[in-house]
Design a protein around this ligand. Sequence first.
Ligand SMILES: Nc1ncnc2c1ncn2[C@@H]1O[C@H](COP(=O)(O)OP(=O)(O)OP(=O)(O)O)[C@@H](O)[C@H]1O
Ligand SMILES: [Mg+2]
Length: 302
Amino acid sequence: MLNRIPTGVKALDDLFDGYLFGVLHGFGGETGSGKTHITAYWPIIQIYKHVTQVEGKLHEQQKFFVLDGDGGFDLERFKQICRANRVPFEEIVNKHLVYKEIVTLKEQHEWIRKIIPKKIKEEHIQPLYIVADPMIVHYRVKILGTPRKYRLAQIGESTGKIAGQLITIRRLAVKYKIPACITSWTAGNIEITTKEESEFGISAVFKEKSPFIGGRAMGYMPKVIVILGRPIRELPLRIAYLYKHRSKPDGITSYFMITGKGLEDAPEKLVKKVEEYLQKRVQKKKRGRKKKTEKEAEEEEE
Ligand SMILES: Nc1ncnc2c1ncn2[C@@H]1O[C@H](COP(=O)(O)OP(=O)(O)OP(=O)(O)O)[C@@H](O)[C@H]1O
Ligand SMILES: [Mg+2]
């Protein structure tokens, strides 16, 4: 039996296997790196295709849950992707989508901890997928909006709330044997280098120990964590870095593209070109660093 929904993008399936049933996935990355594509539009498309292939059609009680933390889920964009993939946009939106734009941490907590489980039970819903994207906007607002002297207490309370929400989403994923995703922002800078140039032979290096903001549970609860980046702003190419996986070696990267159709494999030629460009950029940076240290040493000697 299938235990996952493939992304259908070879580079991504090779990297993290696709959306696993019963597993909480965490995605992070800078703005525009593709979090909403990879965790909201795309899994709905892929799950819809899978269910219709196996069961003929979706039945009325089958629903996708989308909790939108920043208004990033754009219906026009979703429509484009549906059309390009021959998936009926109106049917999904009118019958199978439970969409909620979240405006406070309290509301997010209520939706995840109470409303969704209650809805599923009372309305006899068969959830197909759950996503909270991004999960940490209102968490961050809450903490930053708290005066300094009470901030530590607020951090404790809010990270506790996020941990509770992660537990509920994971519980629902396990109970209904479906994939679930959350997204966050990365805690530190992502330094994208190339395998050959990196000191450790990997392509993306994190300066911070925790991959995400939102407390320690953000790193522990998802069993698959992927960090996304855009190595060159002008290009549709994106880089995906496997930070953690239950059953695959992590620390590896792959490239994919955001296109009109949604997500696609990147042409090999383009990847090669970008790798070469990144390599040059890294070398230049390294030379710069070396020069700086030499200059500092000279100054010390004087
Ligand atoms: N029709 C399209 N064709 C190609 N690329 C598109 C199209 N629509 C949107 N994009 C690209 O998708 C990217 C945004 O992706 P997405 O919204 O998934 O990013 P994100 O990581 O969720 O960003 P944020 O942190 O701001 O929420 C943008 O770079 C945009 O150019
Ligand atoms: Mg987004």
